[in-house]
Write a protein that binds this ligand. Structure first.
Ligand code: NAP
Length: 303
């Protein structure tokens, strides 16, 4: 059935299983783009509004997946995926599941094996936007798994946003999801900590945000990282413009300033510890990007 998907939305029915905030947003985007949309949810009452907008509520998971070639699943986690889809018996065989719940690469690999054992074509995926942005053409969705499955359903997936295919390893989508969310949390925490630090002297967040986000970040951090990313691949960290020793000094000053101002020191102490480790590993004369070596060579089992 994977080779028969039409690119015309009206001929291309899609099922959505799971109607949490994200599943409802996915079903809404599919409907807006003209796909006949079938939905199923453990709590059927959550389908009321989407049914009023034109979706069909299936009476069972088997009925839902039988509605078309493509089922998009957006449940809480992988355990829930198995719990729900196993009630469909053989109804999923010969069809495609695109799974958009969050998880880990090992969980994605296990899900791909689970699907293969049932004759189901499987793509793993990750939604990189909050529900209100689903359906926006610029909203990034990540997918990994068999290329032909992605290509077959690309048109329907484009109704959700900007679908990016990452490769045949099914774990790649959730791996990128974890990496990007880690970047998001580190960046937000960095901003919040910095705002708390200047706030200790009465500086308002709104005032600091303009300096930090509009002025400092784009010129100092973004440009530097994009320019130097090839050096990370090459393991090349020239220290002529500033060494890790110099950066350790800066991290020490940040930590001491936090202590003086009565602000939490956990974040700068962690960065100081990582930089000190890189120096201990012999990178003291390199630039700050040499901490990449500490990150990527954690001891087995290190947390
Ligand atoms: P969620 O609370 O993570 O998941 C809710 C869905 O899971 C509902 O359909 C719920 O059914 C179902 N569910 C939970 N336990 C179940 C069980 N034992 N049996 C059957 N169904 C069960 O809500 P969500 O925000 O829509 O997120 C869904 C997935 O998308 C998650 O993996 C999340 O990490 C990911 N995601 C969410 C966002 C976001 O901003 N919301 C963004 C990116 C990715 P009931 O309605 O019956 O409870």
């Amino acid at each position: 059935m994977t080779s028969q998907a039409s690119t015309r939305p009206h001929d291309n029915p899609v099922t959505v299983i799971g109607l949490g905030p994200m599943g409802l947003a996915l079903a809404g985007a599919l409907l807006r783009n003209g796909h006949p949309t079938t939905v199923w949810n453990r709590t059927p009452g959550k389908a009321r509004d989407i049914v009023a907008r034109g979706a069909r509520l299936a009476g069972s998971v088997a009925d839902a997946v039988a509605a078309g070639a493509l089922t998009v699943v957006c449940l809480k986690d992988y355990a829930t995926l198995y719990e729900v889809l196993d009630t469909a018996g053989g109804a999923s065989a010969g069809r495609t599941l695109v799974n958009l719940n969050s998880g880990t690469p090992n969980e994605a690999h296990a899900a791909a094996s689970w699907a293969a054992g049932r004759g189901v074509a499987y793509l793993d995926g990750a939604v990189m936007v909050p529900p209100p942005l689903v359906g926006d053409p610029g909203s990034v969705f990540l997918f990994s798994g068999p290329r032909e499955v992605f290509d077959t359903h690309r048109a329907a997936l484009t109704s959700l946003g900007d679908p990016r295919y990452l490769g045949s390893d099914p774990g790649l989508a959730v791996l990128h999801n974890a990496a990007l969310l880690g970047l998001m949390y580190a960046t937000m925490s960095g901003f919040l900590h910095a705002t708390a630090l200047v706030g200790s002297a009465g500086v308002r967040a709104a005032e600091f945000a303009d300096l930090a986000v509009n002025r400092f970040l784009p010129t100092v951090v973004d440009a530097t990282l994009v320019e130097q990313a090839p050096d990370l691949d090459a393991g090349h960290y020239p220290g002529e413009l500033g060494t890790l020793h110099m950066n350790l000094n800066a991290l020490e000053h940040i930590t001491l300033t936090c202590e003086e101002q009565g602000v939490h020191t956990g974040q700068p102490r962690l960065m100081r510890e990582i930089a000190a480790q890189a120096i201990e590993d012999g990178h003291g004369g390199s630039n700050y990007l040499a901490v990449f070596e500490v990150f990527r060579k954690a001891a087995p089992g290190a947390r």
